[in-house]
Design a protein around this ligand. Structure first.
Ligand SMILES: [Zn+2]
Length: 1006
């Protein structure tokens, strides 16, 4: 194969051309097909939401999803890669609602038919996929789009039904009630993991209110000898005697006048007060009695908290006059007592256990007042307490967060939250609850919001279906030990903690567009509710005689059937879309209805990768489903990436303008440079990384050094007519020049390091040696070997140099193929004419000569030090020196050192030192070098080719220059390819200055 100079293409040109080339030649398909099915390496693609747009984050995971499979393909594995789409769930519904202009969930099924809504959802999902394909192609990711699985597919949903029924039969799914984070706008509970995934907390200002609950049957007079309080806060500087007198007096007034006694509770959600049905204190915590005005308050014994309560923040932080009259009161004193309800109790609350005081461990003396107002429908701990103690509770709102009872009926809770505090603080009017709020402060705190629609969330008791995580938690932790996590700390860190702290999984949603929950219920004549869980469409047909094209709501809702006289209707709930994506390993194959063998041979997967947010989400859910169903891990190796941040370190956001669109960035600096930048960044160690365009640009420039080497190679190969014989064999045993041996050893070493780290999924360390290698090859091997290619006589050394450089560049194309597939392909094809580097095997590691590496390192260090000394002495490198002394290395390096340092003699010594004395002879030689340099640059300006022979004339009035020219005329002729030197003037002329003396150069082609 012959080579032609100037055949290098711009990155954007070859990258776009190769996308087409690979498609046309089905290179991806071939790379998969050529490997045996027995050698499969399984990769699971975490499906993106179909309505999302590709951004730097999704591109990052796509790049890893490309690099690792490319590597394993080269290692001989069959790595099938099929795209997947997450089509269901809230993101898809919010997208559709926006398109349809739905603002209120209650409009669905009323103003707009459910049928139209679902049809629109489906249409939207089908339309939005194409945008991805172009960008994914552009980044160079090989993946099959045509057979992409979609979670909305009929077959996919049937597998989800099977999983649900199987888990239900195993007793791992149950129906219950739970207080969950709940979005009132979307009228659905949200899983904690969803909230935790992308920081969904926002800083809100809420009323921080102190509420008086009047104790019943509690007499101050009963305490004969109160324990006075040693109150010594900063706010109270009175002497202890005066204080004590004040306390005695306050106690006397309170008992004689029978002041009312209140428990002082604290809350930031006054909207929950109408549904209050209990109060909790802690029996292991001490409380105090405080007189303020003509009332007695009970709160926890904590100086800071007392100070905080009795400061009027709305009024210049003035101290509110108060006196502690008794302390050391155990919480036990209040447990079991009754208090007066704030509002007239509704029917559900007219029960024995309502409006009592209970002990609860979750109450502490560190926050609020140590007295907790309990509204079991709207608090997790409240609800648990009510369950344990059979406390009645009531729901005061509808599913969209509007009050269905009480003074604020019809209002949305968040809209009137502050107003409620104010209304209850006001003492105007006759209602019993007027004045129940004793004080209002305001608090700024982090509060969860819906990650999709931004609505402030509430906690709310909700009938739901759960997967029993508690029952399999130990097994989940045990099998986690079998998973290879990169970075490793995630394994026993974030992931283990996620599993340890996980509640049972709420897998039901009160929405529309998702896999319908396969649960039908009917009420028998005895009034008992019967439940039927269906696990396949065939089973449903058997029960009902009905078969559908589409098992989404509303059509599936219409299916009813009768068993033993009981008519069953489907419950309206749908599945959590995380249960669907967690089912991906089998549902993508419609297992167990089809592809049984295919599933079994591809489970568990060898590899998955997603960003760190998915540790609590997809990774966790897939693990939960796999262990629930198969008692097996679903992935063996996993890479967790960090998040890509904008150039200012903040989250990437269009409104911040802190990032360049990925397509623009790729067109400017190449897809390979973007890939290289992301893959070699801390992102692949699971850390966050601010993407700065300059870093992509720098990598583009560094990678382009490969093309400078290619240009160099083709330029000389063309001139010399050097041909490659079509064999990719290692020339190590045939080369004699230490530079050749060294660079060959270096490329083997590179191969070894990249492979070793890729085997461990350690991409950052795999990539670390690549740029240093390119630098070595370009700035040492080629620079040092330049003259070997330059020599006109076709000797063995030159042949070896060509073979070595060709081999090294070709090997490089193989080694970088997983990371920068375009550059690798272009380089490989241009050097070999082969079909594709991606159809090749990963190269065997050749002999790495450690001694050679050590010697060359020593040589380069000596040279570097000698050149530093030259610089310090202001001696140009072109000026030859008499000698340099350097630490001893094998004889073969002597010439390299002499040339690099430009000295006549190399002497072995302990330390590096140059001889700075310049004799007249050396001076003349130095001048000659200047002359040659100017002639060469004149040649270039005259636009001559490197191998053009010239006629040359040199004219100067300087005797020194003339002497130098005369003495070294032969060298000048040889170096500048001057066939003749005469005193005639030639076509191209240039007047230059050397050390202040003029020299006229004129030349033309001979
Ligand atoms: Zn929402």
């Amino acid at each position: 194969m012959k080579f032609t100079s100037n055949t290098r293409r711009k990155a954007i040109e070859y990258e776009k051309a190769l996308v087409d080339y690979w498609k046309l030649n089905k290179t991806f398909e071939k790379s998969v097909e050529q490997r045996s099915k027995d050698e499969s390496y399984v990769f699971y693609d975490g499906p993106p939401f179909i309505t999302g747009e590709p951004h730097h984050g999704t591109l990052l995971s796509s790049i890893v999803k490309d690099a690792i499979p490319r590597y394993w393909t080269m290692k001989g594995k069959r790595v099938e890669r099929v795209w997947g789409w997450d089509c269901h769930g809230l993101p898809a519904e919010v997208f559709t609602e926006k398109k349809l202009g739905v603002e209120d969930r209650r409009d669905i099924g009323t103003k707009i038919s459910l049928e139209k809504y679902i049809t629109t959802c489906r249409d939207n999902m089908v339309q939005t996929g194409n945008l991805w394909e172009d960008t994914i192609d552009r980044i160079g990711r090989w993946v099959e789009f045509d057979n992409a699985y979609k979670t909305m597919d009929k077959e996919y949903m049937e597998s989800v039904w099977w999983a649900f029924k199987t888990l239900h039969e195993k007793g791992k799914i149950y129906e219950g009630e739970r207080v969950l984070m709940y979005c009132t706008r979307d009228a659905t509970p949200l899983a904690k993991a969803e909230i935790a995934m992308d920081n969904s907390y926002q800083t809100d200002t809420d009323p921080s209110v102190f509420v008086k609950f009047k104790l019943k049957d509690y007499n101050l007079q009963d305490i004969a000898d109160p324990v006075m309080y040693n109150y010594s806060s900063k706010a109270d500087k009175e002497s202890s005697t005066a204080l004590q007198e004040k306390q005695v007096e306050a106690h006397r007034l309170a008992t004689e006048n029978n002041y009312p006694v209140y428990l002082l509770a604290w809350t930031t959600t006054p909207w929950t007060l109408p549904s209050n049905s209990a109060i909790a204190v802690n029996r292991d915590v001490d409380y105090v009695q405080i007189v303020a005005g003509e009332e007695v308050f009970i709160m926890v014994d904590n100086h800071d908290l007392i100070d905080d309560v009795f400061i009027d923040k709305q009024n210049g932080n003035k101290r509110i006059e108060h006196t502690v009259i008794r302390s050391n009161i155990s919480g036990e004193e209040f447990v079991g007592k009754n208090y007066e309800p704030l509002f007239a109790p509704v029917e559900e609350l007219q029960k024995p256990n309502a409006f009592k005081i209970w002990h609860a461990d979750f109450v502490t003396d560190e926050q609020g007042t140590g007295v907790a107002h309990e509204s079991p429908a709207y608090g997790e701990e409240d609800y648990d307490l009510s369950r344990e103690n059979d406390i009645p509770w009531v729901m005061s709102t509808d599913e969209n967060g509007f009050f269905t009872m009480g003074p604020w009926e019809g209002h949305n809770v968040w809209e009137v939250n502050k107003q409620i505090a104010k209304d209850m603080h006001s003492t105007e009017g006759v209602e019993a609850w007027r004045g129940a709020v004793w004080k209002i402060d305001y608090i700024r705190h982090e509060y969860p919001h819906c990650y999709r629609c931004d609505t402030k969330l509430m906690y709310r008791a909700h009938p739901s279906w759960f997967m029993d995580i508690a029952g399999q938690k130990d097994r989940m932790l045990e099998l986690n030990e079998d998973i290879n996590w990169f970075p490793e700390h995630i394994k026993n860190g974030r992931f283990q903690k996620t599993v340890e702290s996980a509640p049972d999984w709420n897998i039901s949603r009160d929405r529309f567009w998702a896999t319908a929950m396969p649960v039908w219920k009917g009420v028998g004549e005895d009034g008992k509710t019967h439940t039927k869980v269906v696990g396949s469409y065939a089973e449903l047909k058997e029960l009902s005689g009905v078969e559908l094209d589409d098992y989404h709501r509303p059509w599936v809702d219409d299916i009813v059937f009768t068993i033993d006289g009981v008519e069953y209707k489907r419950i309206e709930k749908v599945m959590d879309c995380w249960f669907e994506s967690g089912s991906m390993p089998f549902a993508q194959f419609h297992y167990p209805f089809e592809n049984k063998e295919k599933f079994e041979s591809s489970f568990p997967s060898d590899f998955i990768v997603e960003y760190v947010g998915q540790v609590r989400a997809w990774f966790y859910y897939m693990h939960a489903v796999a262990i629930g169903l198969f008692d097996e891990v679903s992935f063996k190796n996993v890479i967790v990436t960090g998040s890509v941040a904008g150039n200012d370190g903040r989250k990437m956001s269009k409104s911040f303008g802190n990032y360049t669109d990925p397509n623009e960035l790729m067109d400017e600096y190449s897809a390979d440079a973007l890939r290289f930048t992301l893959l070699s960044s801390p992102l692949l160690n699971g850390e966050d990384y601010a993407l700065i365009d300059k870093n992509v640009k720098d990598n583009h420039r560094k990678l382009a050094m490969v093309w400078n080497m290619y240009d160099f190679f083709t330029m000389y190969a063309e001139v010399d007519g050097w041909q490659w014989k079509g064999e990719l064999s290692d020339p190590s045993s045939d080369v004699e020049n230490p530079l050749d041996s060294w660079i060959l050893s270096r490329v083997h070493q590179l191969n070894q390091e990249v492979e070793q780290h890729l085997q461990n999924y350690d991409i950052p360390n795999a990539m670390k040696p690549i740029l240093p290698f390119i630098d070595d090859a370009s700035n040492w091997y080629i620079r040092r070997s330049r003259r070997r290619f330059w020599k006109s006589d076709d000797d063995d050394d030159k042949q070896q140099a060509y073979r070595t450089l060709h081999y090294v560049l070709t090997q490089l194309s193989l080694i970088v193929a997983p990371f920068t597939p375009f550059l690798a392909e272009e380089l490989y094809q241009k050097l070999t004419g082969g079909e594709s580097v991606h159809l090749l095997d990963w190269p065997e590691v050749g002999y790495v000569n450690e001694q050679l590496a050590t010697d060359m390192k020593s040589v380069r260090e000596s040279i570097s030090e000698a050149l530093n000394q030259r610089a310090r002495n202001q001696l140009k490198v072109r000026q030859p020196l008499a000698s340099v002394s350097v630490p001893e290395v094998p004889e073969q390096y002597r010439e390299i050192i002499a040339e690099e340092v430009n000295v006549k003699e190399v002497v072995w010594a302990e330390e590096v030192e140059i001889d700075t004395t310049i004799s007249p002879e050396l001076k003349r030689e130095g001048l000659m070098r200047e002359v040659v340099r100017h002639i060469q640059s004149t040649r270039k300006k005259a636009q001559l080719d490197v191998d053009d022979r010239i006629k040359l004339s040199l004219t100067t009035e300087s005797t020194d220059l003339q002497a130098a020219i005369d003495e070294h005329l032969d060298i000048i002729k040889q170096e500048t390819l001057a066939a003749e030197v005469s005193e005639d003037g030639f076509g191209y002329q240039e007047l230059v200055k050397i050390e202040g003396e003029e020299l006229e150069i004129s030349l033309e082609t001979a």
